[in-house]
Write a protein that binds this ligand. Structure first.
Ligand code: ATP
Ligand code: MG
Length: 462
């Protein structure tokens, strides 16, 4: 069944009918890649494996990105050597993974991932459940069936990710017309799209990620089944979805990725409560999330640190009010209602996307801070400035305002307060007077003076 699909993908080359596919070989003079553009450690691994008699290539994102003039995030190697054979060649190598066994070769902080050629799954393999297994909807649960280079190319996701670069003779092998699709800036799944998404629904998210990051179109057969299959994402382990979501939103094109996720109905299975808010209050919700992502994109492009907690705080914030109101309608007082709603919302979200504790805590703190920022009297404002989360809470307040939330100019007040000197600050607190709800502004010692606005690139946590 699978073989038929792969055969139909590309017309057989005359005289090569016995082969499923033959690569197009692109020589040094026909491509722009240079050996020196690749990590020397990765090139060293390929040379060493070839010298030991194995086939070995640089593959995947690094070849694709360099062809597009982008600097690759990491370098992957594919080889005919098994993980055990690879490990035997390198002292600094470790086998990792169960679902998909790989070797990590360590060079200080750089890790090169070395994968053994995989074969596409055939029905016979199903009998051997140690190496390969599927669930009822066709999802691949284990993928340790080794194969040839040709087979490895067919089981990769997109044609542009199936290019193999040999740094020794400086040739590129193209089994799936990947170079053609790079030229036309088109994302095309290898094989039958429905089948490939059923095997691994995360490929739908990868399609969005690459289209957004590379500014590529998605070929029509590749895009067509997505809306219908989007719900398959519910079966994916939440920890994997956390990793994928971060990659989608932190690659510098998160705002575009968000638009595409919504359009392709992939947002709902990832963020059900936020998708609901998007229906209830479309303008506000859309504006808040896309503004948060646009800010994040800018920071990524400027090389500034970004924190997933801030982003998740924004993604989930629009889903909070209806929950708070519900709890209040049940007689819960405002502050406990807010806390209860925040807790429930995060717990529910973690069923889909496993947000680690080190991020859920700061999400709660950012939200808590939204309650506290209006209360500025007495020493409160100064204590707030000393809070390590102040910057994130303040940025979040500005974000809410930019999405149209009415806050009585609270953001501007805090901006001015940070820029004010001691006596100006005292005056600002006095002016709040009876408008404020808190304790009276008595005499006190000041720690801060002059312009103490926290720097934009300061990280509140890590
Ligand atoms: P980047 O590292 O820039 O995010 P990449 O294409 O290198 O992009 P990786 O996740 O590092 O992505 O995967 C390396 C390669 O492994 C891919 O280029 C692709 O060929 C293959 N691959 C990764 N994930 C899948 C998948 N879910 N299905 C099929 N092939 C995959
Ligand atoms: Mg990669």
């Amino acid at each position: 069944m699978l073989k038929k699909l792969f055969q139909s993908f590309r017309p057989p080359v005359p005289g090569q009918h016995h082969r499923r596919t033959t690569p197009e070989v692109i020589n040094k003079s026909q491509h722009s890649l240079q050996r020196s553009q690749f990590s020397r450690h990765a090139v060293g691994i390929v040379e060493r494996l070839q010298a030991a008699g194995y086939q070995a290539y640089l593959v995947g994102g690094c070849v694709r990105d360099l062809m597009l003039g982008i600097s690759p995030k990491d370098f992957d190697v594919a080889t005919s050597a098994t993980p055990e054979q690879v490990r035997a060649e390198f002292r600094n190598a470790r086998i990792i993974g169960r679902r998909f066994k790989l070797v990590h070769v360590h060079f200080g902080r750089e890790i090169i991932e070395v994968a053994t050629f995989r074969a596409p799954h055939s029905d016979e393999d199903q009998a051997d459940s140690h190496r390969s297994s599927h669930n009822a909807s066709g999802r691949i649960l284990r993928d340790n069936v080794y194969g040839t280079l040709e087979e490895d190319a067919q089981r990769r996701d997109f044609t542009i990710n199936a290019l193999y670069y040999d740094p020794v003779n400086e040739r590129v092998l193209d089994y799936a017309n990947g170079v053609h699709d790079i030229r036309n800036r088109l994302l095309r799944l290898i094989g039958d799209p429905t089948h490939r998404y059923q095997e691994d629904p995360v490929r739908m998210l990868r399609a969005v990620r690459f289209a957004a990051k590379l500014n590529f179109g998605i070929e029509k057969h590749t895009v067509q089944p997505i809306r219908q299959l989007a719900k398959l994402l519910r079966e994916i382990p939440p920890a994997r979805l956390f990793e994928e979501t971060l990659k989608l939103f932190l690659n510098g094109q998160g705002a575009i990725a968000f638009e595409m996720l919504v359009d392709l109905e992939l947002f709902e299975p990832l963020f059900p409560a936020s998708a609901h808010a998007l229906e209830e209050r479309p303008n506000y919700t859309h504006s808040l999330i896309s503004q948060a992502l646009a800010n994040t994109d800018l920071r990524v492009k400027q090389g500034k640190p970004v924190t997933p907690a801030f982003l998740f705080a924004a993604l989930l914030w629009p889903a909070l009010p209806s929950r708070v109101l519900y709890l209040q309608s049940q007689g819960v007082p405002p502050i406990p209602a807010m806390n209860g709603a925040a807790h429930d919302l995060i717990a529910e979200q973690c069923q889909r996307i496993a947000i680690p504790k080190r991020f859920t805590l700061p999400i709660r703190e950012i939200w808590d801070m939204q309650e506290r920022l209006p209360r500025r009297s007495g020493k409160r404002a100064d204590m707030m400035l000393d809070n390590p989360r102040f910057r994130a809470g303040y940025d979040f307040l500005l974000l809410r305002e930019s999405a149209g939330e009415e806050t009585d100019d609270l953001g501007q007040w805090w901006t001015d307060y940070q820029d004010a000197n001691d006596s100006e600050r005292r005056e600002m607190i006095r002016e709040l007077g009876s408008r404020d709800d808190g304790t009276s502004a008595g005499p006190r010692k000041r720690k801060r003076s002059g312009s103490k606005r926290k720097r934009d690139d300061e990280q509140a946590w890590d």
